[in-house]
Design a protein around this ligand. Sequence first.
Ligand SMILES: [Zn+2]
Length: 317
Amino acid sequence: MVMKPDRREFLKAAAAGVAGVTLRAAGLGLPGAGARAYAADAPLAVTHLADNLILVSGAGGNVVGFKGPEGVLLVDGGDAAHSAALLRTVEQTLGGPVTTAFNTHWHWSHTGSNEALRRAGVKLIAHENTRLWLTEPVFEQWENRTYPARPKALPTQTFYKGLQKLPFGGTTVEYDLMPQAHTDGDIYVYFRDANVLVAGGVVSVGRYPIPDSCTGGWTGGLVKATQQLLGVVNDQTRIIPGTGPVQTRADLAAEQAMLATLHEDLWQLMRKGMGPDDMIAAAPTRKYDAQWGNPDLFITTAYRGLYGHVREMRGVV
Ligand SMILES: [Zn+2]
């Protein structure tokens, strides 16, 4: 079986999720079958962000590598299909073995190198919830897919919340948990000296971010998480999204404003008794679709997230 570069690309009609909504993958900005084959074969692209700091794209999810005297620190590991090529590229470009790595969240597009990293004795840092999602099978309703447990992929060092600081390469790498947003274990990793923020799946480019309600994500958390990131960055910060090109603070601010508006608008539609089909028909995202693409998956997963937070949202009915 060919591993595909991003788990979201496993979308198919059967994955329509709640209430039989038909998702049109082609309209989501996701590559079709031919594009997937191309993406899997395409060479990885390396962008130099600073001295000893690189972005590797094309490995499923974005990966950042940082070289210090201790070895190489990696933020995320792409998907399993690209793992060998990714690790080879990182080690050749930065000239050293990976000794420390982060997972920004549990999704397979970002944790695909975990087994290899564990075999190599790498210290693997993540939020505790990321570890927990890898310890058990996860059924993703929006993809109609079950992700089996990966006992050989578990992070070796986890934390719960609060700003963490890791001395590495003569500098300090900062990381912290975000509110339940894309998942319930989203962390950012910030290279303050280089002013590079790795944002994981919370920051999305050209398609709506997914509040993965099956593993704790929801729009209320995406609103707060993007707000939190705005407090970390400045106008010169380069922001690395889960996939796609480097973003600026202005890009992040636009995403945050979009999310805040749609979170409230979808909530109001829910209060009127609408289900996800009704919401899609009401086209509440109309003015954003030119930038963010087909909203069906976003609306469907947002609905499920809102439904799971009804009490927090002051009660629906
Ligand atoms: Zn993700």
